[in-house]
Design a protein around this ligand. Structure first.
Ligand code: UDP
Ligand code: MG
Length: 132
């Protein structure tokens, strides 16, 4: 069984769609095996997204991720890393397949509701970041 780290970003909490998002994973057969509500500091958000430090959107991303509480959670199940990424949809909601979380709920590429680890290495690092 594989574990991955997802985050309902601050826009998802503000829109009151925590339950709707978690429900999608539950009805798809995945287990939520850890979860919390946390307001990240700028330092924490910068560290979490350190691979994007040189990108033009980095400062805006850190501001967004610290704009309110978010919900990191661990999803367990078969092929959870790939499945969660598929259920999220593309980074830009305009490109996201219909029926995906970003297509259904996200406003824009910089306010896109949900994070999901993109590899086994990322999942291990990100689960440890929030839960160890
Ligand atoms: N992001 C942004 N503008 C961009 C690209 C990315 O604000 O042009 C933000 C967005 O919140 C995205 C996050 O940075 O989810 C991480 O980017 P990545 O390319 O890793 O996308 P993801 O893996 O989240 O689909
Ligand atoms: Mg990414």
């Amino acid at each position: 069984m594989e574990k991955t780290l997802s985050i309902i970003k601050p826009d998802g909490v503000r829109k009151k769609i925590i339950g709707s998002i978690l429900n999608r994973f539950e009805i798809s057969g995945f287990e939520i095996v850890n979860i919390k509500l946390i307001k990240l500091t700028k330092d924490e958000a910068s560290t979490f997204y350190e691979m994007h430090k040189s990108k033009p959107f980095f400062e805006n991303l850190v501001d967004f991720m610290t704009s309110g509480p978010c919900i990191p959670f661990v999803v367990e199940g078969q092929n959870s890393i790939k499945s969660v990424r598929e259920m999220m949809g593309s980074t830009n909601p305009d490109d996201a397949a219909s029926g995906t979380i970003r297509s259904d709920f996200a406003d824009s590429i910089d306010s896109n509701i949900i994070h999901g680890s993109d590899s086994k290495e990322s999942a291990d690092r990100e689960i440890a970041f929030f839960f160890e």
